[in-house]
Design a protein around this ligand. Sequence first.
Ligand SMILES: [Zn+2]
Length: 132
Amino acid sequence: MKVLNLDELEDANFKIDKEAFKPKTLTCSKCKIKMKKAEIETNLAGGINIELSGFECPKCKKRYLGLEEARKLDRALIISKIMMNEFKMERSLSFDGDNFTFRIPKEFTHNVKKRKIEVMPLGAKQFCASIQ
Ligand SMILES: [Zn+2]
């Protein structure tokens, strides 16, 4: 009977995941040469600009992103889609000397029981909020 060594298995999986997640080097699949590290600035809809650390092929100029950076791009794309969405309404903003407050209509929420909200700043006048 073959005994599966879980420790070895997990260790091997971790190494592969780690490399794919944040690769140190990449080779262009077309030119077969080593790609250079590059800061890739992407303009998304809704006035969002994001900077990602990826790789660029010095020959064909093709760009690649590691998994971690690709996830950042995915998140930014979701935010930009939300910001482009026509489904929005205007709320009045109050200021108590320290904080701005506004009311969220209950029609905008679904099954909200907790009273905690996470706010992620996107710029001086933009942010993304999600109820925890
Ligand atoms: Zn190339």
